[in-house]
Design a protein around this ligand. Structure first.
Ligand code: ADP
Ligand code: MG
Length: 661
């Protein structure tokens, strides 16, 4: 192939512009990205070589080489991994292949600060080289191809790039960065060591660099800054040294890994700017052996709501990288977890299909789910500092000394729950084995709490004498829930009601009939039965009213035929004349509405109209000549009060206007 000039895909050009303009304050990440690509390329070679050992071409010592040349103003990152064919270089370095990246680029706002956050979440990869280079040359040969089938790719990072065929003896890839004048400090062994140490220490391959010494023969030792010496006074020794630990982070003993190292590893595998909330790292022994390193991010990604979203777990088998996004290793409701699982038992040639069926994988999945739940339980336990005990009579108050660790943990669970609580709830329907543990992790707002912080156990502990159910209401918004007429009698009697406003609540609650022996009861379902909470006089008054109002109820029922399943008196209302409820086993009106909005088939829900015998309006109804119109208005208003819309809004307005006139 002779030299040809090709254009970048439009999105790449856009991304390139952004990378060079918005990541200015975080320049050094380019090295992390390029080393990570080199390491990926070696992983790919190792993986393909499982079936074709010839790809090694006799060289099995995979590594990454860093070399700089101050005079030529270049920094070169070389690997002996899988390499690229000419076509691959065109495809991989000229277009954005990664699914979702195009969407991502279209989301960028042009606001540099916001965009650089987004870019951080996404990982800019290869193109980040242009932060420090005004020209990049890539020379590569794919493993297994002829020496004459090498490729040179060159670009100045603007609209286009050049490719040509070259002869290249070595397998793998060299990325040659032609450093910008203001990036010349990256042509320094201290600087490079420092960055590798910070971002790439977890890379399991050796990263090697040529040793330098001062002109007088003294070797440079790590941490030995130039300290007044002439920076140009160093010479290369021809000896290569490994500058990272070159062992996969998760294989090292916990005690040898600092929090910073755990955090940087997380950032590298997740492309997240922010540090994780917490992590767990364990070697599991027994019938299946594996190592798990699992992280909980601090922020939800943009695509959290997509249940098909890629899982965040990388699978290794005996240190060999097998696949990203191994969805079989965690249940779907834990899809926000990121990390690594390294199995000792799975075969190296394991496929996604095989993973679905493997018993070892099932054991790993159960083990990982349990670990994540323990991690969450631990966060929940330390979310608040314990209240200091009240001092006994005559004794001085004693305050426990709180450890720094406990202090640091405060508020983490609240933060977690705000980001991921709704996803966690999917687990009630997905993971029956852990349902009880999940139920304990739920938090809600309630009529006694403005924040989403009430656990079911808290609620139970506050239940009124004689109360035998945990009451809840679901609504579209917190204000809608709080002001629902259905809560009136509960407010009057001071009974706490949980307020649920996540879209998933309705569905999830179907799987949670009780908590710790106490039934869960929607206040919008079934006839309200306050049982022992109602006193004798109230019960008697209700029975009498039911008797006298029987004829009125029959008339209302007749007027609303086809619209209401039934019309009955209720004790749940105090200030409102009427409300709608559904039968105990029925789908709630809110869920039916949600399904309809989502374009899904929903069964026709015919609600029950409940009326308040004590309300002035209801008292006036009996004998009114407008009873028919009033029945419809009552019904439609009840619907509006709970966030719905009358089936025929125009007819509703007409009726109201007629009465007003
Ligand atoms: P990502 O690594 O997330 O796929 P990058 O922008 O970092 O995205 O890299 C784009 C693609 O270019 C890689 O997926 C890979 O196919 C190819 N590539 C980049 N660097 C190398 C390399 N050193 N060796 C082989 N292929 C590479
Ligand atoms: Mg990459």
């Amino acid at each position: 192939m002779t030299k040809q000039t090709l254009s970048f895909q439009a999105e790449v050009a856009q991304l390139l512009h952004l990378v060079t303009h918005s990541l200015y304050s975080n320049k050094e990440i380019f090295l992390r990205e390029l080393i990570s690509n080199a390491s990926d390329a070696c992983d790919k070679l190792r993986f393909e070589a499982i079936n074709d050992g010839g790809l090694y071409e006799g060289d099995t010592e995979l590594k990454v080489k860093l070399a700089f040349d101050k005079d030529a103003k270049t920094l070169t990152i070389t690997d002996n991994g899988i390499g690229m064919s000419a076509q691959e270089a065109i495809d991989h370095l000229g277009t954005i292949a990664k699914s979702g990246t195009k969407d991502f680029v279209s989301k960028l706002s042009g606001d540099q600060k916001a965009d650089s956050q987004l870019i951080g979440q996404f990982g800019v990869g290869f193109y980040s080289g242009f932060i420090v280079a005004d020209k990049i040359t890539v020379e590569s040969r794919r493993a297994g191809m002829k020496e004459t089938e090498g490729v040179r790719w060159t670009s100045g990072g603007a609209g286009d790039f050049e490719v040509e065929t070259i002869t290249r003896a070595e397998r793998g890839t060299s990325v040659i960065l032609h450093l910008r004048d203001d990036a010349m400090d990256y042509a320094s062994s201290w600087k490079l060591k420092d960055i590798v140490n910070k971002y790439s220490d977890h890379i399991s391959l050796p990263i090697v660099m040529e040793k330098e010494e001062w002109k007088d023969g003294e070797l440079i030792t790590p941490g030995d800054e130039a300290g007044g010496r002439e920076p140009g006074g160093m010479v290369k020794t021809g000896e290569w040294e490994t500058i990272n630990q070159a062992s996969a982070l998760w294989t090292r003993p916990k005690k040898d890994i600092s929090d910073e190292q755990y955090t940087e590893f997380y950032k590298a595998i997740s492309h997240d700017f922010e540090a994780p909330l917490t992590w767990t790292h364990n070697r599991v022994e027994g019938s299946t052996e594996y190592t798990q390193l699992l992280y909980i991010p601090a922020k939800a990604p943009m695509d959290l709501w997509n249940r098909d979203k890629k899982a965040g777990i990388k699978l290794y088998v005996k240190r060999v990288f097998i696949m990203d996004d191994a969805e079989a290793l965690l249940p779907t409701y834990l899809r926000f977890v990121k990390g690594v699982v390294d199995s000792n038992d799975l075969p190296l040639n394991v496929s996604r299909e095989l993973l679905q069926e493997s018993r070892d994988v099932k054991a790993i999945r159960d083990g990982c789910a349990k670990r994540v739940l323990s991690m969450l339980e631990d966060l929940a336990k330390h979310d608040k500092l314990p209240e200091p005990a009240a001092p006994a009579e005559g004794e001085a108050a004693v305050t426990d000394v709180v450890s720094e660790e406990d202090k640091a943990a405060v508020g983490k669970y609240t933060k977690f729950y705000a980001e991921f609580g709704a996803v966690l709830k999917e687990g009630l329907g997905e993971d029956f084995a852990n349902k009880e543990r999940l139920a304990k992790l739920l938090r809600f707002a309630s009529t006694s709490s403005d924040t989403v912080s009430v656990s079911l156990a808290d609620y139970k502990a506050r239940m009124k004498e004689g109360q035998d159910a945990i009451y809840y209401i679901t609504a579209d918004t917190l204000a809608g829930a709080r002001n629902s007429p259905q809560l009136e009698v509960f407010k009057k009697k001071g009974i706490e009601v949980l307020l649920m406003t996540d879209r998933v609540d309705e569905w999830a609650l179907n799987f949670l009939n009780e908590f710790d022996g106490t039934p869960m009861q929607s206040v919008a379902k079934g006839a309200v039965d306050l049982g022992k909470l109602q006193d004798e006089t109230e019960k008697k008054a209700a029975e009498e009213a039911a008797e006298t109002l029987k004829p009125l109820l029959a008339k209302l029922k007749e007027a609303l035929k086809g619209k209401a399943e039934d019309v009955r008196l209720t004790s749940r209302l105090v200030d409102s004349p009427a409300c709608l409820v559904v039968q105990d086993a029925g789908m709630s009106m809110q869920l039916a509405r949600m399904l309809k909005q989502a374009g899904q088939a929903a069964p026709e829900v015919k609600p029950v109209l409940e009326v308040n015998a004590e309300h002035a309006l209801v008292k006036k109804l009996d004998g009114s000549v407008h009873i028919n119109d009033l029945a419809h208005i009552l019904f439609d208003q009840a619907l509006i009060a709970e966030g719905g819309l009358p089936e025929d809004p125009a007819a509703y307005v007409k009726r109201v206007n007629a009465l007003l006139a």
